[in-house]
Design a protein around this ligand. Structure first.
Ligand code: MIC
Ligand code: SF4
Length: 700
């Protein structure tokens, strides 16, 4: 059978199961990546599992998120991470070396390998031909200990690229176009595979921009073939020996992919699917209740994007799929521009900005911040004079870290527009309530920095006499791994003392769920609730290593001033001997991999999440921390349940062990409803054991 590239790499790493879409498979993990905001928990859990030494080919612990260092917490984390990496045999990328995904691509990523990272943008590695997956820290800890990673064998969404991008149009515009077609919803259980004649024209950093933001589609990962562009990149990184050619079999088949969409509400998406996909077929939803609500099953073969026809795009708050063309936003006044993050901070990206800004000054109405993705990028810009051009133009050079992308500084003023090359624009993520953040390419960002408004970068020639700068890929990147600490040998490692500041608190393990489960709704939230809503980052990120403290801020964005917080309400339910319930709409838990969005609610006594749909990484994190994830059999029941209703989930044990559905009584309102139990076999075992930590301890 002709195989996709995804299936070829999966096949080579299969430890259990078969490559049948929708079924559970176990994968051998070659490499892992952690970052400090999720890494402290991952390593604390690794310690709790009693794993003395990592067993992967490469495990890298990055320090790139918590760099603001207000108070001792961040530095305490850094010292812990450095000492534990030395103890267990992991590489440590020191603060200042750069953002995990950019550095991993430059220095460690390898075609055909599997990478599991405790960060949702780990799929960036797909740009170099890896199967790179984001997961919770506990899953990554298991992989560091040599355990397989379990996931759903994917349906593969083929994205055929044809032609070549026009000047001033960038990889970011490709992925924004794809987001407008596939949206952030309904892609759980899929992986994206790029193929076709247009692939060759894209460099590895450009491909990595597409795979990075594949996370926003909600797919498990995205992958590009490994070809001469990959070889050129690896050669320029001094790693030519790590190249291997990888591609799907000729005529490999993709799809059909079915998306359930609403005939009216999703009209634009349906039109986009018709315009950009092959073999489109639209029928009423197979489920009669859904069909009655106007839902359709829209199926297609694969997506086709003609690169020549892609135009500059932007995604406006509060969702990365809220996409329009730059033309539609023309003349919008811009007060702030940020170029950086793991999406668009490569050497090529920043060289383009430097070339555009050379000899000019940032518009007086704009503050421009630039955060180079890595020490390598920053060093090269410094060496070739581009950094001086940026500084001369008035750019504020920020450190090579996540920084503003995760709300750590550089927040925009109220009521102003911020154009950012980052990948997420969830409400308030920039640190400002009611923010208006547009996700754009570096080309569009720099055009706004110069003009003070949203303009189509293709007009820069006419408006400012600026020709499109052609940035050659370097034959040789500046290679200096001095900020990476290599693993010690076993004898030396065993002597290392682990440094634990007082702000590093052992995370709680889960508990078995009672049967029947008496519970109470602590919060009712709507659709598209992201992990940023559940567990805010920004200035609170420093509490990541201290669950009891961090848990005080669960769902903080929904607490009115002076009102009881979620933590207080959940605590009261827990103290009364019941479990808390989180009630949610569609796409619950979108966004990051942060397991604190499960761990902190668990600490507060939450035992169940009932939603219309739950996103992949978050669903896995809930299970890992012994919270039962349920979905409504009939979405209409969501409307019938109110905040503070008391519920009883019946036959919990059977539901967890083998049930496909479970009966729930609403005691307060006196009715019953049914929920689906969508658990893979191994997840059932984990929940039965009271969470992954207990399961791993019991099963070695
Ligand atoms: C993010 O982009 O939201 C983060 C911060 O990188 C998270 C990880 C975290 O919350 O620490 C992610 O994407 O997984
Ligand atoms: Fe860091 Fe932002 Fe990338 Fe997350 S999305 S890893 S916060 S740069």
């Amino acid at each position: 059978m002709k195989q996709t590239l995804v299936y070829k790499i999966l096949q080579e790493h299969l430890t259990s199961g078969q490559l049948v879409a929708g079924t559970e498979i176990g994968l051998r993990i070659d490499q892992t990546l952690t970052q400090d905001a999720t890494g402290t928990t991952a390593f604390l859990l690794l310690e709790a599992m009693g794993v003395p030494r990592v067993k992967t080919e490469v495990s890298v612990s990055y320090i790139d998120h918590n760099m603001a260092q207000f108070g001792p917490e961040n530095h305490n984390d850094h010292l812990y991470l450095q000492s534990i990496a030395a103890r267990v045999g992991a590489y440590l990328s020191r603060p200042g070396n750069g953002i995990c995904h950019q550095v991993h691509l430059e220095r460690f990523g390898r075609p055909g390998r599997t990478l599991l990272g405790s960060d949702s943008h780990t799929p960036t590695g797909g740009g170099i031909g890896m199967i790179a997956i984001g997961a919770g820290g506990l899953d990554v800890a298991v992989a560091m200990g040599g355990g397989p990673f379990y996931t759903t064998c994917p349906r593969v969404i083929g994205v055929e690229l044809r032609g070549k991008l026009k000047p001033w149009v960038a990889a970011k515009d490709i992925i924004l176009r794809l987001l407008s077609i596939l949206t952030t919803r309904g892609n759980v259980g899929c992986m994206v595979e790029y193929f076709g004649p247009g692939v060759a024209s894209l460099s590895v950093p450009a491909r990595a921009t597409c795979t990075n933001m594949g996370a926003e589609l909600g797919v498990t990962t995205s992958v590009f073939p490994s070809d001469s562009a990959t070889k050129a990149f690896l050669t320029a990184q001094g790693r030519a020996d790590q190249y291997s050619h990888l591609a799907a079999d000729k005529d490999a088949e993709y799809g059909p992919i079915v998306k359930r969409l609403h005939a009216e509400r999703d009209l634009q998406t349906i039109d986009n699917i018709k315009d950009f996909c092959t073999d489109v077929d639209i029928v009423p939803a197979s489920d009669p209740a859904a069909a009655a609500e106007g839902m359709l099953d829209v199926s297609f073969g694969h997506v086709v994007i003609e690169l020549d026809k892609v135009v500059p795009m932007a995604a406006g708050s509060p969702s990365p799929d809220n996409v329009s063309t730059i033309g539609e936003l023309a003349d919008t006044k811009v007060s702030q521009v940020l170029i950086g993050s793991c999406t668009n901070s490569s050497y090529q990206d920043l060289m383009l900005c430097a070339a555009a800004l050379k000899g000019r000054t940032v518009h007086p109405g704009v503050e421009l911040g630039i955060a180079p993705g890595s020490k390598q990028v920053l060093g090269m810009l410094a060496a070739n004079g581009a950094l001086a051009d940026l500084v001369a133009a008035g750019a504020r050079i920020l450190e090579s870290s996540c920084g503003p992308c995760i709300g750590q500084g550089f927040s925009p003023a109220e009521g102003t527009v911020s154009l950012r090359t980052v990948n997420r624009n969830f409400a308030g993520r920039s640190g400002t309530k009611g923010d208006m953040v547009y996700l754009v390419s570096p080309e569009t960002a720099v055009a706004a920095a110069m003009s003070g408004e949203v303009i189509d970068p293709r007009d820069l020639g006419e408006l400012m006499g600026l020709d499109h700068p052609v940035i050659a890929e370097p034959d040789q990147f500046a290679i200096d791994d001095g900020m990476v600490i290599d693993p010690l040998d076993e004898a030396e490692a065993s002597q290392v003392e682990i440094i634990r500041g007082s702000t590093i608190v052992k995370p709680p393990a889960g508990d078995k769920l009672p049967d029947p489960l008496n519970c109470k709704v602590v919060i009712k939230v709507g659709d598209k609730i992201t992990t940023d809503h559940i567990m805010p980052a920004g200035s609170l990120l420093k509490y990541r290593s201290n669950v009891p403290e961090y848990a005080k801020y669960v769902f903080d964005c929904f607490t009115e001033e002076g009102a009881e917080s979620f933590a207080e309400r959940a605590g009261a339910v827990r103290d009364a001997g019941a479990k808390g319930v989180i009630l949610a709409g569609d796409s619950y838990g979108q966004g990051s991999s942060r397991e604190h969005a499960a761990l902190c609610p668990m600490h507060l006594g939450v035992g169940v999440v009932i939603a219309k749909a739950i996103e992949r990484i978050h669903q896995a994190n809930l299970v890992n921390f012994a919270i039962l994830p349920l979905t409504f059999a009939d979405g209409a029941d969501y409307e019938r349940i109110s905040d503070a209703d008391e519920l009883i989930v019946h036959d919990v044990k059977t539901a967890i062990e083998s049930g496909q559905s479970v009966k729930v009584s609403n005691v307060t309102q006196g009715f019953e409803f049914v929920c689906n139990v969508n658990l893979a076999p191994r997840q059932r075992e984990i929940l039965s054991a009271g969470g992954l930590l207990n399961f791993t301890r019991a099963n070695g």
